[in-house]
Design a protein around this ligand. Structure first.
Ligand code: PLP
Ligand code: ZN
Length: 443
């Protein structure tokens, strides 16, 4: 590609902490086979998932992260690369960053009261450059793709991954192919992927069919796979936890609640918390609570069977970002729940929409899949699984503008009586008399 010098995402300042000779290798979870990091991480020849053989940083000075907040270097400004001691030592010229992360952690006492817990924070990953946490994984994985000289990148997506892949591939000057389940993703997400210039392939089938196909296609045609089977993506997503703990001055919360679809975040959060604890950044491990939609809850079913068996399901839910029946990260996510003494639950679409209305009405907003986390928190507190005295962080995974279709549908519901939060736009004559009637009705 020409014009490499003026790409906004390209770093030119060398970062001495990064050393290209020190790249960790990839190791199969199933058979232990090792692969060099110079190749695209698909699956092991035995079919197993590949993990990075990566060390826990030692001798860390917490203040270094805070000092980087005042820097103008893009790698310091990135909420991912700020925590680079936990990442891989890619040479800085290959790194592609927007810079992502830097998402707010909102104290929300009214939502805490509604959910029933003492203290609740919302970590809003919808504030990333393309509107979801996927950007945190993409900055690491797309940079790795450039480092190994990948010709093209690919993913299957329920929407947000494709938007993020399309943006980061464009920044890197790499062609991108995205596989989408036809008719199953929101116009906002599809629009982003189209606008950023990815090749869009719509599959006659669901996300799980698209996921199966892209894994076969990547192996057959040498495409660099950017789904969360890719451990470089999960490494980037670990920084959601590092940044959140940093924002809490390394005073870990009791619980972290998140939605679960392909279960990449569940896996990444577990790994991040264990590493932060081992590195001495936090004194105790918070517990993870993963929340699935009832119609797409194979992980919850496995949890109920104490992880003795796993069966995929045919997925259906209004929360399209977690409409996944055969999550690729099942084994990694299971380890994360076990390591953090975590739990898994499931909530109905009605519970998801009620939680979304609470988060939206608070002036914060999120897409339906993100609201599942808060709906699950409320359920777990009512069941006594999470103690009401707990200090909880819920992770909002995507922006409110990602799914206007659902907003319109939920506020035009014909349900009787309509929920108190329903907010129907009205039409009036352009007269003061008509307006007075409307304003008199305001509480
Ligand atoms: C991708 C995505 C999820 C699912 O995350 P997993 O790591 O696959 O479990 C949840 N919410 C949103 C908004 C997403 O984009
Ligand atoms: Zn193997």
């Amino acid at each position: 590609m020409d014009g490499a010098d003026d790409r906004p995402g390209q770093m030119t300042t060398p970062v001495t902490a990064l050393d290209a000779d020190a790249m960790p290798s990839l190791r199969c979870r199933a058979c232990g086979m090792q692969y060099p990091a110079q190749q695209a991480p698909g699956r092991c020849s035995c079919g197993g998932l590949l993990d990075l053989d990566i060390a826990v940083p030692s001798g860390l000075d917490r203040d270094v992260f805070t000092r980087r907040l005042a820097s103008h270097d893009l790698l310091d400004r990135s909420g991912v690369w700020r925590y680079r001691e936990f990442l891989v030592p890619l040479p800085s010229p290959v790194i592609v960053t927007r810079p992502e992360g830097n998402t707010n952690l909102y104290p929300v006492p009214r939502i805490a009261q509604w959910a029933g817990c003492a203290q609740l924070w919302l970590k809003h990953e919808g504030e990333n450059p393309t509107g979801s946490f996927k950007d945190r994984g993409m900055t690491v994985a797309v940079s790795h793709a450039r480092w190994i000289g990948a010709r093209a990148v690919a993913c299957a997506s329920t929407g947000n991954t494709s938007a993020s892949v399309a943006a980061y591939a464009a920044l890197a000057g790499l062609p991108a192919v995205v596989f989408l389940p036809e008719g199953k993703i929101t116009a906002a997400k599809l629009g982003q992927a189209i606008a950023y210039g990815a090749r869009i392939v719509q599959i006659r089938g669901d996300f799980d069919a698209a996921m199966r196909l892209v894994q076969e296609a990547s192996a057959a045609f040498g495409l660099y796979l950017l789904n969360s089977v890719n451990p470089f993506r999960l490494l980037g997503q670990q920084t959601i936890m590092f940044e959140m703990l940093h924002q809490l001055a390394w005073d870990a919360p009791d619980w972290i609640v998140l939605p679960g679809g392909n279960l990449g975040n569940t896996a990444a959060f577990g790994q991040a918390l264990v590493r932060a604890h081992a590195a001495g950044l936090i004194a105790r491990l918070p517990r993870l609570a993963t929340v699935q939609a009832e119609g797409a809850a194979p992980f919850y079913a496995a949890f109920q069977r104490r992880f003795t068996a796993f069966s995929p399901v045919q997925a259906e839910t209004i929360a399209t970002a977690i409409r996944i029946g055969n999550p690729v990260n099942y084994e990694r996510a299971r380890d994360a729940i076990v390591a953090t003494d975590g739990v898994v639950t499931a909530v109905s679409d009605a519970e998801i929409l009620e939680a979304k209305a609470m988060i939206d009405r608070a002036g914060i907003g999120c897409e339906p899949a993100s609201a599942a986390a808060v709906a699950g928190l409320r359920r777990l507190i009512s069941e006594g699984v999470i103690d009401a005295k707990s200090n909880v962080v819920a992770v909002l995974t995507g922006h409110v503008l990602k799914d206007p279709e659902t907003i319109m549908a939920m506020h035009q519901t014909a349900a009787e009586p309509s929920p108190a939060w329903v907010n129907r736009p009205i039409v009036v004559e352009p007269t003061l008399a008509a307006l007075r009637e409307v304003l008199d009705a305001l509480a």
